[in-house]
Structure formats: C-alpha cells, structure tokens
Write a protein that binds this ligand. Structure first.
Ligand code: 9WO
Length: 248
C-alpha cells in the first residue's frame, strides 16, 4: 500500500518510522510519502491559506496549491489513487471498512489530505475528494494525526505486517467484533490480586473458552452497541449467559 500525505507538517510523519509501520516500510509492504503543500504554492512566501469569505475567525486552505499537489501525486503513481480528506464531517472509520479496503485489493495508492486552520475550500473537496473520513467525534488541530491513525490501522491488516506473536486476529475488533479479554503476566502475586486460576491450569480448551467468555462479557458490559451488531452462535449465547449469571 502506498500512502501519500499532502500536509504543511510533513515532519510529523516521521512518527511512522517506529514500530509496526516502520518495519512495514523496511519490508516494502507500505510506502509513506509526504508532499509539502507549500511547495505547490505560487506565492513568494509559499502561502497556502487566505481569509474566509463571509468573515469570521481563522484562515482557509486555498484551492490552487491543493489541486496542484493532488495532480502531482496522481502523476507520480502509475495506478489509480483514492483521495481521502480527514475531517470530523466524514464517515466514521471502522475496522470493517479498512479490512474491505485491504481485502478488495482494488486501490493501492491512497492520498490523504490533512487540513489545518479552519479547513479546506469546499470547492476543492467537491472536485477532488473521493471520500471524507472521521476517526471520531472530537476536534484536533489538523488532519495529520488522523491520517497517521488510519495509516497505522491499515498497515496492521496487510499480510506480513505483523509478526506471528502479534497476529491481528486476536485484537479488539478483529473479525470477531468483540472486545479483548483481560491479560495477565508475571509476577503471579501483585498486592494479593490473584491471576484467574484457569490461566495457570494448562488446559488450553478451557482457557480459550474462558477468554471468549470474558470477551463476550466485557463487550456486553461496556459496548452493548457492538454486541447488537453481532449474531452470536448458540454456544456464544450460552457462554455470555454464564458470564452474566456469575456477576455477583
Ligand atoms: C472547527 C469547528 C469549530 C466549531 C464547530 C465545528 C468545527 N469544526 C471544526 C473543524 O473541523 N476544524 C478542522 C480542524 C479544520 C481542519 C483540520 N482540523 C481537524 C481535522 N480537526 N479534527 C480533524 C479530524 C479529522 C479526522 N477525524 C477526526 C477529526
């Protein structure tokens, strides 16, 4: 997957050199290319913003540099690119849509527009943006961090990006659509808080069932909205009922 980011803060994306996204870049599973929007400005002072029509506070990112940058990125890629604007007005990013993007294998080049100031001239969005994505209902200072969140989430889904021990199938929201079960490691005694006995038993089938019960139970308690979207098997229903019966 090729990630292109159009931004006035390209240096922020050095964060992706760490961890799984860093390793994926070294393995050539992904590329991360930042395009400094100011380099596409025709003005002497490399301006990319102007005051809003209609007045009000702040500045708006102008059409021309963004249009030139998008054209340059598309020319640099041999196959079609999808232009994605990170914005609170977008559709909310979900694990399933990212999984479909990777599985369908249709788009290999993504262009993320990371807005700053008060936002982007609406005509650029109308003419050039294919999709608007939101990572959640909060305002941050610009689209860069949102782009990095999405890049990280997509990268984890690419075959070979995770080492065996990290296998993504067990994550929260993996194919199962359930929250994760609780984890324990050494030491066995911490302030008299016990490790659940079953985890010390060596009985792998029972451990797997206990973990599923915890996942179902925590999702029921904390994210009933997620559970409502799922069709539980009869066995899962039984295990969840057990969890509920065991509360107090
Ligand atoms: C500011 C604002 C003020 C009052 C009412 C609504 C408002 N929306 C915004 C706004 O969206 N500001 C943006 C800040 C302008 C472009 C960059 N910014 C941004 C992107 N903030 N948060 C995001 C973002 C992107 C993706 N997912 C979540 C948040």
């Amino acid at each position: 997957m090729n990630f292109n980011i159009i931004t006035i803060f390209p240096e922020m994306f050095t964060a992706l050199a760490s961890g799984i996204t860093g390793r994926a870049q070294k393995k050539d599973l992904i590329s991360v290319k930042c395009w400094d929007l100011r380099e596409f400005s025709d003005s002497k002072h490399r301006r990319v913003d102007e005051r809003p029509y209609g007045g009000g506070p702040g500045m708006v990112m102008t059409y021309a540099p963004l249009k030139k940058a998008i054209t340059a990125v598309k020319q640099a890629n041999s196959t079609p690119a999808r232009v994605i604007h990170l914005s609170p007005q977008g559709k909310s990013v979900q694990q399933e849509m990212l999984q479909n993007l990777v599985t369908d294998n249709e788009v290999k080049n993504l262009i993320f527009l990371s807005g700053r100031y008060e936002g982007i001239d609406e005509r650029l969005i109308a003419e050039e943006v294919d999709e608007e994505w939101s990572i959640g209902d909060y305002i941050i200072s610009g689209g860069e961090l949102a782009a990095m969140v999405v890049i990280d989430a997509i990268t984890r889904l690419l075959p070979g990006a995770l080492g065996d021990p990290e296998s993504s199938q067990q994550d929260s929201f993996s194919s199962a659509g359930l929250l994760d079960y609780p984890h324990y490691t050494r030491p066995e005694d911490i302030n008299n808080l016990a490790v659940p006995e079953i985890l010390l038993s060596g009985d792998h089938a029972s451990i797997a069932r206990w973990r599923l019960k915890q996942s179902l139970g925590r999702t029921w308690l904390r994210r009933p909205d997620l559970l409502a979207q799922k069709n539980l098997t009869n066995e899962e229903e039984r295990i969840l009922e057990e969890f509920i019966a065991e509360i107090n």
